[in-house]
Design a protein around this ligand. Structure first.
Ligand code: GUN
Length: 283
């Protein structure tokens, strides 16, 4: 079976292009907070800032030293929350070891109106209501929905199987697919007989971070396969899906890199524009 390559770049370019007019009109500002020097974070932030530049979105990179204390970080969050010029901001994860256990408190400290990562309980909770209340959805799940829409791959009535139950990808994506009429199964590290589950998927999503764990025998003929995992193997980026073999059975499949990745950045920028629009409406 020859599978359709679900490249994320044209989708991201189309989404970013559609935002340019509103960016010019509303003039929002996005701030990225980085603590320490995690190399993967540095690379992600570079991509985010490059995309801001490309669409003319005002942006600022607040880079704090590795040894930043919780109270120093909380102080900055407080300042960003109250600065009327800042539309939205993110605290790039992972944080240095001494701050990692405080991530829930740090996310809770972000004003939900400025939480453009959509990681806080308020924005995640609203998603449970319906598509209409998905105002600031987390960027990666939002990117998956955009990708399926762009390539005209239907969701309603399909069985979506998600491998991975993180708060920022697996769980919110399950809700977004459910809101659009899919039957959803979430699998995780404790799931028994994983391949019996994945083989039922019309839409199979892998979001684990375990290189090539989804093999050809785990995929139904004709399935749409979305790979969100990113690992580095021998210096090269590698997804959760054994791409070459699974391509032989999938009807459509995302590459890694170049699949969902570019859409994550575009969705973050869309959230910043949405945040600004809603802040102005409610002012
Ligand atoms: N680390 C990896 N992806 C993300 C993301 O989307 N947002 C934040 N804040 N940190 C991340």
């Amino acid at each position: 079976m020859s599978s359709l390559l679900l490249s994320g770049r044209p989708v991201a370019d189309s989404l970013l292009g559609s935002l340019k007019g509103e960016i010019k009109k509303l003039n929002p500002k996005l701030v990225v907070v980085q603590v320490g020097d995690d190399p993967a974070s540095a690379s992600y932030i570079k991509q985010k800032l490059k995309s801001c530049e490309a669409v003319g979105l005002r942006h600022e990179h607040k880079h704090l030293p590795e040894k930043t204390t919780l109270s120093e970080l909380m102080m900055l969050i407080g300042t960003l929350n109250t600065d009327p010029d800042v539309t939205g901001f993110i605290v790039q994860l992972p944080l240095p070891k001494h701050l990692q256990s405080h991530v829930p408190d740090i996310i809770r400290a972000i004003d939900p109106k400025k939480d453009i990562d959509g990681f806080g309980a308020y924005n995640l909770g609203k998603m449970f209501l319906s598509v209409e209340f998905e105002h600031l959805p987390p960027a990666t799940p939002s990117g998956v929905i955009e990708l399926l829409k762009y390539y005209k791959l239907p969701i309603e009535g399909k069985h979506a199987v998600i491998v991975g139950r993180s708060n920022i990808v697996g769980k919110p994506l399950a809700i977004m697919l459910l809101n659009r009429g899919a039957t959803v199964t979430i699998c995780h590290s404790k799931t028994k007989n994983l391949s019996a589950m994945t083989k039922q998927a019309d839409i199979l999503v892998a979001a684990v971070g375990s290189p090539k764990m989804i093999t050809k025998d785990m995929v139904k003929l004709g399935a749409v396969v979305i790979d969100i995992g990113v690992s580095r193997v021998d210096g090269k980026l590698c997804g959760d899906v054994d791409f070459d073999a699974v391509s032989e059975v999938a009807s459509a499949i995302t590459p890694v890199p170049g699949g969902v990745g570019p859409l994550t950045v575009a969705s973050l920028i869309r959230n910043c524009v949405t945040a600004k629009r809603r802040q102005m409406e409610n002012a």
